[in-house]
Design a protein. Structure first.
Lengths: 140, 135
Protein backbone atom coordinates (compact mmCIF):
# COMPACT_ATOMS: atom_id res chain seq x y z
CA UNK A 1 0.00 0.00 0.00
CA UNK A 2 1.25 3.49 -0.85
CA UNK A 3 -0.18 6.87 0.15
CA UNK A 4 0.55 10.06 -1.68
CA UNK A 5 -0.67 13.65 -1.49
CA UNK A 6 -3.16 14.69 -4.18
CA UNK A 7 -3.41 18.46 -4.58
CA UNK A 8 -6.16 20.52 -6.18
CA UNK A 9 -5.74 23.77 -8.06
CA UNK A 10 -8.12 26.44 -9.34
CA UNK A 11 -6.83 26.22 -12.94
CA UNK A 12 -3.05 26.64 -12.69
CA UNK A 13 -2.14 22.98 -12.02
CA UNK A 14 0.05 22.68 -15.15
CA UNK A 15 2.00 25.83 -14.30
CA UNK A 16 2.39 24.69 -10.67
CA UNK A 17 3.65 21.21 -11.55
CA UNK A 18 6.19 22.62 -14.03
CA UNK A 19 7.35 24.95 -11.26
CA UNK A 20 7.64 22.09 -8.75
CA UNK A 21 9.60 20.02 -11.27
CA UNK A 22 12.08 22.90 -11.64
CA UNK A 23 12.37 23.56 -7.89
CA UNK A 24 12.27 20.02 -6.50
CA UNK A 25 13.69 18.03 -9.40
CA UNK A 26 12.16 14.73 -10.46
CA UNK A 27 10.09 14.31 -13.58
CA UNK A 28 6.50 14.95 -14.63
CA UNK A 29 5.34 11.53 -15.86
CA UNK A 30 1.70 12.46 -16.51
CA UNK A 31 -0.04 15.74 -17.45
CA UNK A 32 -3.46 14.72 -18.73
CA UNK A 33 -5.97 17.37 -19.77
CA UNK A 34 -9.73 16.94 -19.96
CA UNK A 35 -9.35 16.94 -23.77
CA UNK A 36 -7.14 13.83 -23.43
CA UNK A 37 -9.88 11.82 -21.75
CA UNK A 38 -12.18 9.34 -23.49
CA UNK A 39 -15.07 11.16 -25.21
CA UNK A 40 -17.74 9.87 -22.80
CA UNK A 41 -15.70 11.06 -19.82
CA UNK A 42 -15.52 14.64 -21.12
CA UNK A 43 -19.10 14.92 -22.41
CA UNK A 44 -20.00 17.44 -19.70
CA UNK A 45 -16.72 19.36 -19.72
CA UNK A 46 -17.24 23.03 -20.72
CA UNK A 47 -15.06 24.12 -23.70
CA UNK A 48 -12.99 26.56 -21.63
CA UNK A 49 -12.04 23.74 -19.28
CA UNK A 50 -10.79 21.28 -21.96
CA UNK A 51 -7.15 22.25 -21.51
CA UNK A 52 -7.26 22.15 -17.72
CA UNK A 53 -5.53 19.32 -15.91
CA UNK A 54 -7.46 16.21 -15.01
CA UNK A 55 -4.42 14.41 -13.62
CA UNK A 56 -0.77 15.39 -13.13
CA UNK A 57 1.92 13.25 -11.60
CA UNK A 58 5.45 14.27 -10.55
CA UNK A 59 7.84 11.50 -9.50
CA UNK A 60 10.99 12.19 -7.46
CA UNK A 61 12.75 9.02 -6.42
CA UNK A 62 10.25 7.20 -4.20
CA UNK A 63 8.02 10.29 -3.87
CA UNK A 64 4.91 10.92 -5.93
CA UNK A 65 3.02 14.21 -5.98
CA UNK A 66 -0.31 14.23 -7.81
CA UNK A 67 -2.73 17.00 -8.64
CA UNK A 68 -5.57 18.27 -10.77
CA UNK A 69 -7.58 21.40 -11.53
CA UNK A 70 -10.96 21.73 -9.85
CA UNK A 71 -13.75 23.79 -11.51
CA UNK A 72 -14.51 27.01 -9.61
CA UNK A 73 -17.76 25.62 -8.15
CA UNK A 74 -15.77 22.69 -6.69
CA UNK A 75 -12.49 24.39 -5.83
CA UNK A 76 -11.73 24.98 -2.16
CA UNK A 77 -8.67 26.79 -0.87
CA UNK A 78 -6.15 24.20 0.43
CA UNK A 79 -6.44 23.97 4.21
CA UNK A 80 -5.70 21.61 7.13
CA UNK A 81 -2.45 20.16 5.85
CA UNK A 82 1.07 20.90 4.70
CA UNK A 83 3.16 19.02 2.20
CA UNK A 84 6.33 18.28 4.16
CA UNK A 85 9.71 18.19 2.45
CA UNK A 86 12.50 16.55 4.39
CA UNK A 87 16.08 17.02 3.31
CA UNK A 88 19.36 16.39 5.14
CA UNK A 89 21.12 19.33 3.47
CA UNK A 90 20.55 22.76 5.14
CA UNK A 91 21.55 24.64 1.96
CA UNK A 92 19.07 22.59 -0.07
CA UNK A 93 16.37 23.37 2.54
CA UNK A 94 17.08 27.10 2.17
CA UNK A 95 17.11 26.95 -1.62
CA UNK A 96 13.78 25.10 -1.78
CA UNK A 97 12.21 27.39 0.83
CA UNK A 98 13.27 30.53 -1.08
CA UNK A 99 12.08 29.14 -4.42
CA UNK A 100 8.67 28.03 -3.15
CA UNK A 101 8.21 31.27 -1.16
CA UNK A 102 8.75 33.38 -4.31
CA UNK A 103 5.51 35.44 -4.64
CA UNK A 104 3.99 33.26 -1.92
CA UNK A 105 3.44 33.81 1.81
CA UNK A 106 6.00 32.92 4.47
CA UNK A 107 4.15 31.54 7.53
CA UNK A 108 7.29 30.82 9.56
CA UNK A 109 10.68 31.98 8.27
CA UNK A 110 13.23 29.20 7.86
CA UNK A 111 15.24 28.94 11.08
CA UNK A 112 16.82 26.65 13.64
CA UNK A 113 14.44 24.87 16.06
CA UNK A 114 14.94 22.31 18.81
CA UNK A 115 14.47 19.44 16.33
CA UNK A 116 15.90 20.87 13.15
CA UNK A 117 18.90 22.78 11.83
CA UNK A 118 16.43 24.41 9.40
CA UNK A 119 12.63 24.51 9.52
CA UNK A 120 10.16 26.84 7.86
CA UNK A 121 6.54 27.02 6.68
CA UNK A 122 5.07 28.81 3.68
CA UNK A 123 2.17 28.89 1.27
CA UNK A 124 3.30 29.11 -2.36
CA UNK A 125 1.90 31.35 -5.11
CA UNK A 126 -0.46 28.55 -6.18
CA UNK A 127 -1.96 28.29 -2.68
CA UNK A 128 -0.25 25.03 -1.67
CA UNK A 129 1.04 24.94 1.94
CA UNK A 130 4.55 23.52 2.48
CA UNK A 131 6.80 22.71 5.41
CA UNK A 132 10.55 22.45 4.79
CA UNK A 133 12.53 20.50 7.38
CA UNK A 134 16.19 19.62 7.77
CA UNK A 135 16.68 17.40 10.82
CA UNK A 136 19.69 17.66 13.10
CA UNK A 137 22.34 15.08 12.31
CA UNK A 138 21.68 11.93 14.37
CA UNK A 139 24.13 11.55 17.22
CA UNK A 140 26.14 8.34 16.87
CA UNK B 1 14.62 14.16 -0.26
CA UNK B 2 11.29 12.99 1.16
CA UNK B 3 7.86 14.48 0.49
CA UNK B 4 5.16 13.59 3.01
CA UNK B 5 1.71 14.88 3.98
CA UNK B 6 1.33 16.74 7.29
CA UNK B 7 -2.22 16.80 8.70
CA UNK B 8 -3.42 19.39 11.24
CA UNK B 9 -6.03 17.55 13.29
CA UNK B 10 -6.72 20.52 15.55
CA UNK B 11 -7.46 18.72 18.82
CA UNK B 12 -8.61 15.37 17.39
CA UNK B 13 -5.14 13.97 16.77
CA UNK B 14 -5.23 11.25 19.42
CA UNK B 15 -8.67 10.08 18.30
CA UNK B 16 -7.49 10.05 14.67
CA UNK B 17 -4.36 8.05 15.47
CA UNK B 18 -6.54 5.43 17.19
CA UNK B 19 -8.87 5.38 14.19
CA UNK B 20 -6.06 5.03 11.61
CA UNK B 21 -4.47 2.27 13.69
CA UNK B 22 -7.72 0.31 13.38
CA UNK B 23 -8.83 1.33 9.89
CA UNK B 24 -5.47 1.35 8.10
CA UNK B 25 -3.30 -0.76 10.43
CA UNK B 26 -1.20 2.33 11.01
CA UNK B 27 1.76 2.18 13.36
CA UNK B 28 2.58 5.27 15.42
CA UNK B 29 6.38 5.63 15.34
CA UNK B 30 6.80 8.95 17.18
CA UNK B 31 4.62 11.08 19.43
CA UNK B 32 5.43 14.27 21.37
CA UNK B 33 2.90 16.12 23.53
CA UNK B 34 3.00 19.89 24.09
CA UNK B 35 4.03 19.27 27.73
CA UNK B 36 7.12 17.37 26.50
CA UNK B 37 8.34 20.13 24.20
CA UNK B 38 11.89 21.29 25.02
CA UNK B 39 10.81 24.73 23.73
CA UNK B 40 8.07 26.14 26.02
CA UNK B 41 7.41 29.06 23.63
CA UNK B 42 5.74 26.55 21.28
CA UNK B 43 2.90 26.01 23.76
CA UNK B 44 0.26 28.65 22.97
CA UNK B 45 -1.65 30.31 25.79
CA UNK B 46 -4.34 28.01 27.14
CA UNK B 47 -3.07 25.08 25.09
CA UNK B 48 -3.90 21.72 26.67
CA UNK B 49 -0.45 20.30 27.59
CA UNK B 50 -1.63 16.78 26.81
CA UNK B 51 -2.44 17.60 23.20
CA UNK B 52 -0.11 16.33 20.48
CA UNK B 53 2.61 18.67 19.22
CA UNK B 54 3.89 16.20 16.65
CA UNK B 55 3.28 12.57 15.74
CA UNK B 56 4.40 10.29 12.96
CA UNK B 57 2.53 7.23 11.73
CA UNK B 58 3.37 4.68 9.12
CA UNK B 59 1.64 2.16 6.94
CA UNK B 60 4.09 -0.11 5.21
CA UNK B 61 6.74 2.26 3.89
CA UNK B 62 4.58 5.37 3.78
CA UNK B 63 4.88 8.05 6.45
CA UNK B 64 2.30 10.67 7.43
CA UNK B 65 2.89 13.33 10.06
CA UNK B 66 0.30 15.09 12.17
CA UNK B 67 -0.25 17.60 14.96
CA UNK B 68 -3.08 19.07 17.02
CA UNK B 69 -1.71 22.39 15.74
CA UNK B 70 -3.77 25.29 17.08
CA UNK B 71 -6.15 22.85 18.74
CA UNK B 72 -9.38 24.56 17.71
CA UNK B 73 -11.34 21.30 18.07
CA UNK B 74 -12.58 21.72 14.53
CA UNK B 75 -10.16 20.36 11.91
CA UNK B 76 -10.90 21.51 8.35
CA UNK B 77 -9.40 19.76 5.36
CA UNK B 78 -9.82 21.04 1.85
CA UNK B 79 -8.01 21.34 -1.45
CA UNK B 80 -6.27 17.98 -1.29
CA UNK B 81 -6.80 14.26 -0.90
CA UNK B 82 -4.62 11.38 0.20
CA UNK B 83 -4.38 8.74 -2.48
CA UNK B 84 -4.09 5.11 -1.38
CA UNK B 85 -2.98 2.68 -4.06
CA UNK B 86 -3.76 -0.93 -3.18
CA UNK B 87 -3.04 -4.22 -4.94
CA UNK B 88 -6.50 -5.80 -5.09
CA UNK B 89 -10.24 -5.06 -5.22
CA UNK B 90 -10.67 -6.87 -1.90
CA UNK B 91 -8.09 -4.64 -0.20
CA UNK B 92 -9.69 -1.56 -1.78
CA UNK B 93 -13.10 -2.57 -0.43
CA UNK B 94 -11.81 -3.31 3.05
CA UNK B 95 -9.89 -0.01 3.21
CA UNK B 96 -12.75 2.05 1.77
CA UNK B 97 -15.31 0.59 4.18
CA UNK B 98 -13.06 1.16 7.19
CA UNK B 99 -12.44 4.80 6.23
CA UNK B 100 -16.13 5.43 5.51
CA UNK B 101 -17.16 4.36 9.04
CA UNK B 102 -18.53 7.57 10.55
CA UNK B 103 -17.53 9.48 7.41
CA UNK B 104 -19.11 10.30 4.05
CA UNK B 105 -18.80 8.50 0.73
CA UNK B 106 -18.11 11.03 -2.05
CA UNK B 107 -17.85 8.49 -4.87
CA UNK B 108 -18.48 4.77 -4.26
CA UNK B 109 -15.83 2.30 -5.45
CA UNK B 110 -16.44 1.76 -9.15
CA UNK B 111 -14.72 0.93 -12.43
CA UNK B 112 -13.39 4.02 -14.25
CA UNK B 113 -11.40 4.49 -17.45
CA UNK B 114 -8.19 4.78 -15.38
CA UNK B 115 -8.75 2.10 -12.75
CA UNK B 116 -10.66 -1.18 -12.29
CA UNK B 117 -11.70 0.04 -8.83
CA UNK B 118 -11.66 3.66 -7.65
CA UNK B 119 -13.56 5.61 -5.01
CA UNK B 120 -13.42 8.74 -2.84
CA UNK B 121 -14.42 9.00 0.79
CA UNK B 122 -14.24 11.66 3.51
CA UNK B 123 -13.35 10.02 6.84
CA UNK B 124 -14.96 11.06 10.16
CA UNK B 125 -12.32 13.81 10.59
CA UNK B 126 -12.97 15.27 7.14
CA UNK B 127 -9.80 13.99 5.44
CA UNK B 128 -10.51 13.03 1.81
CA UNK B 129 -9.08 9.67 0.69
CA UNK B 130 -8.88 8.31 -2.84
CA UNK B 131 -8.69 4.53 -2.88
CA UNK B 132 -7.39 3.15 -6.17
CA UNK B 133 -6.44 -0.21 -7.62
CA UNK B 134 -3.76 0.54 -10.19
CA UNK B 135 -4.28 -0.92 -13.68
Amino acid sequence: MKWNPYLTFGGDCAEAFKYYERVLGGKIVAMITHADMPAEAQAQTPPEWKNKIMHARLVLGDNVLMGSDAPSDHFLKPQGFDVSIQTDDPKEAERIFAALADNGTVRMPIQETFWATRFGMLTDKFGIPWMINCDRPQRG
Amino acid sequence: MKIEPYLFLDGRCEEALDFYKKALRAEVTALMRFKDSPDPTMVHGGQDPNKILHAVFKIGETTIMTSDGRNTGNPTFQGFALSIAVASKAEAERTFKALADGGRVEMPLTKTFFSPHFGMVFDRFGVCWMVIVMQ
